[in-house]
Design a protein around this ligand. Structure first.
Ligand SMILES: Cc1ncc(COP(=O)(O)O)c(C=O)c1O
Length: 367
């Protein structure tokens, strides 16, 4: 009988593909190919093909992808960049760390940036927008790209949570100046440690990132082309990620099937707002199944007390953390959803029986 459900189970996931992962490990280790070798190049090519861009450049993390993108776009001191008030803090920190000013705007009930609020936030200093595609569902890129074109702004897509999602078939990470990816272990494509990448169609940006990730060095000539960083995706991680990328289309199907199971069972509960939206052409890949419960922490604490691991990101919005020194202009939707947010277990390792237990437990709370 099920009485404990994990949010994710990387050990079980490993066992599902053990032979392929072990073979990739053996291949890398027996060749001694640790830094900037074929496994990285192959993964980059396959990632670019999957996303629908010309180039992908493997980096250390999603944060590095954001940071590198802003630098590539020439954004720095004195510039402003528009970011959503509801996102992981790294989206905003990358802006601060290049010396620019983040300008926060509220989100809509689908957790993504409220496009109606972007226009009023634009000033003569605005140089970029970072739309975040949260939980596997994309921000409204057709509208955002129109605004960006009109005001000549760089668009850095924070797609860290949305590999495989799309709008009218055009993939997340292929719309903006760059797409930014995180391969943090619990992402839809998770490595066995930190990892990230950018995708882009711009050869200059790809070249800039390739040099800057390797302390500014042009690997063909040995010339230092600027003061860079050490933030290359390890060859070994790339080999593992390449294995997992092959499974991703099937894994996304499974995530969608789980989302439908939750929807079928829970959509009658009035106090729950489930993450199913009606924007035609927007494809949700359910990196997270994040719902809103009117009962907030009472609801999430109940699930935890019944052995169900849930995420409540973020009860305290990042701009309310004093040390970050950000202006809290009051973002009503972000504040409302912060009180209510709860992500149910969503992963490809989970069994139907475990999902049944989650569903029964949610229902028992509302009974
Ligand atoms: C929306 C978003 N942006 C940025 C990041 C940063 O990625 P990383 O943890 O790989 O630096 C993450 C993930 O952690 C994320 O979810």
């Amino acid at each position: 009988m099920v009485n404990h459900v994990r949010f994710v189970a990387p050990d079980k996931n490993y066992l599902m593909i053990k032979d392929e992962i072990d073979a990739a490990y053996f291949d890398v280790m027996s060749k001694g190919d640790l830094i900037d070798r074929d496994h990285l190049k192959n993964f980059e090519q396959n990632l670019a093909n999957f996303v629908g861009t010309k180039y992908a450049v493997g980096l250390n993390s999603g944060y590095d992808a954001l940071h590198m993108s802003l630098r590539a776009a020439g954004i720095g001191q004195g510039d402003e960049v528009i970011v959503p008030a509801h996102t992981f803090v790294a989206t905003c920190s990358a802006v601060v760390n290049v010396g620019a000013k983040p300008v926060l705007v509220d989100v809509t009930p689908d957790f993504n940036i409220d496009v109606d609020h972007i226009g009023p936030a634009i000033t003569e200093r605005t140089r970029g927008i970072i739309p975040v595609h949260l939980s596997g569902y994309m921000a409204d890129m057709p509208r955002i790209m129109k605004i960006a074109e009109k005001h000549d702004l760089a668009v850095v897509e924070d797609a860290c949570q949305s590999l495989g999602s799309s709008i009218h078939g055009k993939g997340a990470g292929s719309w903006g100046t760059t797409g930014c990816w995180s391969f943090y272990p619990f992402k839809i494509l998770g490595g066995y440690g930190d990892g990230g990448a950018i995708t882009t169609d711009d050869p200059e940006i790809a070249r800039f990132a390739r040099r800057m990730r390797y302390n500014g060095e042009d690997r063909d000539t040995g010339e230092y082309c600027g003061h860079g960083f050490t933030c290359l995706l390890d060859n070994l991680q790339a080999a593992f990620l390449d294995v997992k990328l092959r499974h991703l289309p099937d894994w996304i199907k499974r995530r969608k099937a789980i989302a439908e199971m939750y929807r079928d069972a829970l959509s009658d509960i009035e106090d729950l707002l489930l993450p199913h939206y009606d924007k035609p052409g927007f494809d949700h890949v359910y990196q997270n199944y994040t719902l809103r419960s009117v009962q907030g922490s009472e609801f999430s604490d109940y699930l935890k007390s019944k052995g169900i691991e849930v995420l409540t990101q973020f009860r305290k919005p990042y701009y309310k953390h004093a040390a970050l020194n950000l202006e809290d202009k009051g973002f009503p939707e972000t504040e409302a959803l912060s009180r209510e947010v709860c992500s149910l277990p969503m992963n490809v390792e989970i069994t139907d029986e475990e999902i049944g237990y989650v569903i029964d437990t949610v229902k028992s709370f509302y009974r």
